[in-house]
Design a protein around this ligand. Structure first.
Ligand code: ADP
Length: 818
């Protein structure tokens, strides 16, 4: 490189002013000269030694700068090559030689000529400078990584320099890599030493890198945004296409389908309006709106209800009677009551034409009452309901109300609830698929109530013929007409049915069956039914009478026939298996009593037999349980003690009170029974009623308890063949009790010959089958004294008790007895 000798001090050179470019020593660049003054200066230089001083003018916009418009420091450059352009301009490749200071202008016209002296950069080379160099190189790399475009040749030069022997050349070339403004370049050119030059460069480089980083960040962000934007619009487009292709098409189809279904459902006008209103909401809704599915469910309910579907409702009494007889054995009274009911229904229908006249006469049209079948489980309440439906040619549905405590179970939840549904009444109607089914509401006595409302109030509304033509379910929000529904309710007991409800019910008692009735039901109905159920109908399977009776006596204890049916099913199930396993070869299978053990295991119940001889302290009470009638052996023992009354055998409160009452009655009349005045102070009395684990309650064992106590205290035995039932008062009066039929049948079964009943119960004997009555002897009483005369086995002929000792009751009682 052609450097100027350092010793060259002041020298005169032509000068060309430059608007916006600075060439640094030891770098090359192409400059374009167009102004006349500059061209003349170049001419002068080319004529002499090709050297020209290039100086930045302070204001780039000046076309004809004067000497004081120029910076005082410039670069002495050599014109390496040049080329004259079409318009007379010169493109020259110039190489910077040295920094020079203008001392004075020797000429300003026609071109500038200046005296200059060299202005060399002070160079020092130490660790610090080297570190700065390394830092600058790193920053260059960083800049490149950040996307800065760098001339490859230039870069190669710099990296070359980085091995660095020429620090000034390095510093000057770096300036060309970065975008440094021309004023800043001038400042760099005017630096005295390498350190301050590099420092200033680092400052500028860092500024640029910062800008590069920001640019990078912005661009990556905009890139991301851009990409997201594209992604979203692609997805939207896809979604639209899918909706167009499937969704909207399907949606429209769905709405049309609903419209058709609503029309087909033949709803009342108001309901139809509501349905269309909801359909409109659905149509306007995006498919993805979660509410859409609620509306669909709601519409499904509306269109599936039998608003105007009904079974033909022509009652043929003869036909109905035939069906009832076919399906059920016995139940004479029940069947009669049902036929009467149907007759009234038929008349009501016929008389519709007279309604206007009735209206004038202010006569209410006969409203059918609601039937309520009351009785223990398994007595045929449900199956009779089914028969009624069959007799009337209507559908049958059964909804169990057991354990319901919430009004919403009957009347539905409002639609605002998640998972809301109509109540059980409307569900039953949907299941029936007709608006006039026979609708059985099972276990109406087990409906509870709590803070969630009173279900029985909702039930009343459903059942009440005056209101139920517009039954409102919370979910449906529209009324449903229940007036054509034939409601039948069932209950095990009447006590727990709310009075308001009870008022509307026509109670039909199912009293429970005698052994004979059970035998006939099994023979004529249950066995046939079970043979079909087990696909054995084509086999010859014969239950002999004694087997059936043994099953009834030793494997069941119930008022109905449910357990009996289950035992028969067990036998047939086992036979089916034996047939398949080829353990049974015979064509005809006869079930004899001794085979029962094989199929059903050991007997489950002992035969209820009375004591073998008259016994002290044991009386035969008669009880009525959920399972029907039963005989209670009441045992009383006395022992030395201090007047304690112990009661065992799972006795309920009412029964315990009966024991107390019986004891008080005895203590009040101690004299009659020949007892000491304070007998109770020296004794403890224990009353026990086996079977201990079976809960027992009710007041009807009162007279039996008193009898057993008196027997235990007086040591007079009780007659073993006498059974008794009746409530006792403190004065010894005997009060009416319930369940006579079941009790009498149970007593008969146990071998009782004489039965003591309260006088008021005389009427109940009508229900009792003749074959039972003929074996029994009945005595009707109104006072305990009478009971004792009959029940105790007095030694000798006459009663030893002096009933006249206590007046006036005893004498009155005696008179009555005699
Ligand atoms: P409930 O509803 O009173 O509990 P179900 O109607 O379920 O009793 O009766 C139990 C079973 O006994 C049914 O299979 C029913 O057909 C049968 N059953 C009850 N009583 C009779 C009867 N008198 N004649 C024929 N089958 C009867």
């Amino acid at each position: 490189m052609n450097l100027l000798p350092v010793k060259e001090k002041s020298k005169i050179y032509p000068l060309a002013a430059i608007r916006d470019g600075i060439i640094f020593p030891k770098t090359e660049n192409i400059l374009v000269f167009g102004r006349k003054k500059s061209l003349l200066a170049l001419d002068e230089a080319l004529r002499k030694d090709k050297k020209v001083v290039l100086v930045l003018q302070k204001n780039a916009s000046l076309d004809n700068p004067q000497s004081n418009d120029l910076h005082p420091i410039g670069v002495l450059a050599e014109i390496v090559k040049y080329h004259q352009g079409e318009k007379g301009e010169i493109n020259a490749l110039v190489r910077g030689l040295a920094r020079v200071k203008i001392l004075n202008f020797t000429k300003t016209d026609p071109f500038f000529e200046v005296r200059t002296e060299q202005f060399p950069l002070k160079i020092e080379d130490n660790e610090e400078i080297r570190a700065m160099v390394r830092y600058i190189i790193d920053q260059i790399k960083k800049a490149i990584n950040l996307g800065k475009a760098v001339d490859f040749v230039l870069l190669a030069n710099i990296l070359n320099v980085s091995e660095i022997d020429d620090l000034e050349k390095f510093a000057n070339q770096v300036v060309n890599i970065f975008e440094i403004k021309v004023e800043e370049r001038q400042k760099l050119l005017e630096k005295n030493d390498i350190k301050s030059l590099l420092n200033h460069e680092i400052e500028l480089i860092n500024k640029e890198i910062k800008i590069l980083e920001i640019e990078r960040h912005i661009s990556s962000k905009t890139q991301r945004k851009f990409e997201e934007g594209i992604k979203e619009s692609i997805l939207r487009e896809k979604m639209r296409t899918i909706e167009e292709e499937l969704g909207e098409g399907r949606e429209a189809k769905e709405i049309n389908e609903y419209r058709e279904k609503i029309k087909k459902a033949k709803m009342p006008k108001k309901v139809e309006e509501k349905a269309f209103e909801e359909l409109k909401r659905l149509a306007q809704m995006s498919q993805f709106n979660p509410e859409a599915s609620y509306i669909r469910t709601y519409l499904d309910w509306l269109v599936s209800l039998p608003w105007s579907v009904a079974s033909t409702n022509d009652v043929d009494l003869k036909e109905a009677q035939k069906v009832l007889e076919e399906d059920h054995y016995g139940l004479k009274k029940v069947k009669e009551r049902i036929l009467e009911y149907l007759a009234v229904m038929k008349l009501a229908k016929r008389q519709k034409k007279y309604e206007d006249e009735k209206e004038k006469l202010k006569l209410k049209q006969h409203q059918p009452t609601i039937l309520c079948f009351v009785g223990p489980p398994g007595v045929g309440k449900t199956s009779l309901g089914k028969s009624i439906a069959r007799a009337l040619g209507r559908k049958f549905v059964k909804v169990s109300l057991g354990g319901i405590r919430d009004e919403a179970e009957i009347r539905g939840h409002r639609r605002t609830y998640v998972g809301a549904m109509p109540g059980r009444i409307i569900q039953g109607i949907k299941q029936a698929a007709t608006k006039n089914p026979v609708f059985m509401l099972d276990e109406i006595d087990k409906v509870g109530r709590d803070y969630r409302g009173d279900p029985s109030a909702a039930l009343l509304e459903a059942l009440d013929p005056e209101q139920n033509h517009s039954f409102s379910d919370h979910y449906l929000e529209v009324d449903f007409d229940l007036s054509d529904v034939f409601f039948i309710t069932t209950a095990n007991i009447l006590d727990t049915i709310p009075n308001a409800l009870l008022d509307r019910l026509e109670i039909i008692h199912f009293p429970g069956y005698t052994e004979d009735e059970k035998y006939n039901i099994a023979k004529n109905h249950l066995i046939k039914k079970q043979l079909f159920a087990h696909h054995l109908e084509d086999r010859k399977i014969l239950f002999i009478e004694e087997s059936i009776r043994t099953i009834i006596r030793r494997y069941t204890r119930e008022a109905g026939v449910r357990e009996l049916e289950r035992q028969l099913a067990t036998i047939l199930r086992k036979i089916a298996r034996e047939i398949i396993e080829k353990k049974i070869e015979e064509k005809k299978i006869i079930i004899t009593p001794n085979k029962l053990h094989h199929y059903l295991g050991p007997y489950k119940y002992p035969t209820q037999m009375i004591e073998e001889k008259n016994t002290i302290g044991i009386a035969n009470g008669l009880a009525w349980t959920q399972a029907g009638g039963d005989i209670l052996f009441i045992e009383v023992a006395t022992m030395p003690g201090k007047g304690m009354l112990t009661l065992t055998g799972h006795l309920g409160d009412v029964m315990k009170e009966s024991c107390q009452a019986a004891l008080s009655y005895i203590r009040a009349r101690y004299g009659i029974f020949g007892l000491e005045k304070n007998f109770f102070n020296k004794l403890d009395i224990h009353v026990h009623v086996p079977e201990g684990a079976v809960p027992k309650d009710g007041p009807s064992a009162g007279i039996a308890i008193a009898t057993a106590m008196i027997s235990a205290l007086t040591k007079i035995p009780v007659k073993k063949t006498v059974g008794m039932t009746g409530e006792i008062t403190l004065r010894g009066r005997v009060l009416e009790i319930g369940g006579v039929k079941e009790k009498v049948i149970a007593a008969h079964r146990a071998g009782i010959k004489k039965i003591i009943l309260p006088k008021e119960n005389k009427k109940d004997l009508e229900d009792i089958p003749q074959y039972v009555l003929k074996d029994l002897n009945f005595v009707f009483v109104s006072h305990m004294d009478e009971v004792l005369k009959i029940a105790l086995a007095f030694p000798g002929k006459k009663p030893t008790f002096d009933f006249s000792a206590v007046k006036p009751f005893a004498t009155l009682a005696l008179k009555k007895v005699n």
